[in-house]
Design a protein around this ligand. Structure first.
Ligand code: 9UX
Length: 72
């Protein structure tokens, strides 16, 4: 059962930032897709909560150097 969420991400200032965030999140097991847009300071993540937690997704964003904010 997959879940689709929206995450606000602060700290992105160009399109490459958004790619970095999307790649970091997509690299996690259990994440099917991540679509991140710097212009809107956020994106969507499709993931299987039985495989990966929202906390792990946030941690991956932080490890990439950006700041996730849950707005779901
Ligand atoms: Mo763009 Mo983001 O050159 O840290 S990658 S500002």
């Amino acid at each position: 059962t997959e879940r689709r969420i929206h995450v606000d991400v602060s700290g992105m200032t160009c399109a490459n930032c958004a790619s970095t965030v999307a790649d970091a999140v997509t690299a996690l097991d259990g994440v099917r897709d991540a679509d991140v847009n710097f212009a809107t300071d956020g994106g969507t993540v499709e993931y299987d909560p039985e495989v990966v937690s929202l906390g792990e997704i946030y941690a991956a964003i932080e490890d990439a150097g950006y700041d996730p904010v849950d707005d779901d």
